[in-house]
Design a protein around this ligand. Structure first.
Ligand code: C5P
Length: 230
């Protein structure tokens, strides 16, 4: 059976992965996986239940019964409640990055992420999409940008959502998460060997989208995947 094609977008926080993934998925009519939202939702659910964020076994068990739903417009539902804003706070990002260091958690979330691979194709964004979750992806992209640009982008995004934030705090938050993500022993943040690297610091979003689509068209037979999800 042909697996549906996958475009992976990996990179540090606030490099524009979410926006680019959304636009590329829209242009190709592909499904989309925001794996960071999954880690954030699991971390938030654990906090709400008083589960220790170091307890890998309890977190893995929670992930198996986690009632989380992710909509194409970015809305996230947790236990029937709209958690779209709650998962986006810097605190939820820090909790997510702590549980993301645990092997049991990463292992437990693998099937959930792979289940997003459906015809006609998937755009998957995160830290280990091209290296671990979809190592056979046809098109692998690694996005990067300077820390100052990324902190300012995140600051604007949070303000637009009505969340309060200070730029220096955000810069520190991004840098601490990036260093934890890059230094962890399991599935550390790094470009896949075949990944095309794009520095988005001074590129408008549309140019990044065009570069990704150009690469995708070179390597993907759009429309060939036949592994439809139910
Ligand atoms: O992408 P986002 O910033 O929402 O991800 C939140 C955190 O989840 C990251 O800092 C990272 O620690 C973790 N994560 C991960 N692997 C992924 C996606 C996210 O470890 N594929």
């Amino acid at each position: 059976m042909n697996e549906a094609p996958v475009i992976t977008l990996d990179g540090p926080s606030a490099t524009g992965k979410g926006t680019v993934a959304g636009l590329v998925a829209q242009r190709l009519g592909f499904h989309r996986l925001d794996s960071g939202a999954l880690y954030r939702a699991l971390a938030l659910a654990a906090r709400q239940r008083g589960i220790d964020l170091e307890d890998g076994a309890a977190l893995a068990a929670l992930s198996a019964r986690l009632a989380a739903r992710f909509e194409a417009n970015g809305q996230t539902w947790l236990d029937g409640e709209d958690a779209s804003l709650a998962i986006r706070t810097p605190e939820a990002g820090q909790w997510a990055s702590r549980i993301a260091t645990l092997a049991e958690v990463r292992e437990a979330l693998l099937p959930r992420q792979r289940a997003f691979r459906c015809a006609p194709g998937l755009v998957a964004e995160g830290r280990d999409m091209g290296t671990v979750v979809f190592p056979d992806a046809e098109c692998k992209i690694f996005l990067d940008a300077s820390a100052a640009v990324r902190a300012e982008r995140r600051w604007r995004q949070l303000l637009e959502k009505g969340l309060d934030a200070r730029l220096p705090d955000l810069l520190q938050d991004l840098q601490s998460r990036d260093s934890r993500d890059m230094q962890r022993g399991i599935a550390p943040l790094r470009p896949a060997r075949q990944a095309i690297r794009i520095d988005t610091s001074h590129l408008p979003v549309e140019s990044v989208v065009e570069k990704v689509l150009e690469r995708a068209m070179q390597v993907i037979d759009v429309g060939l995947g036949n592994s439809a999800c139910d």
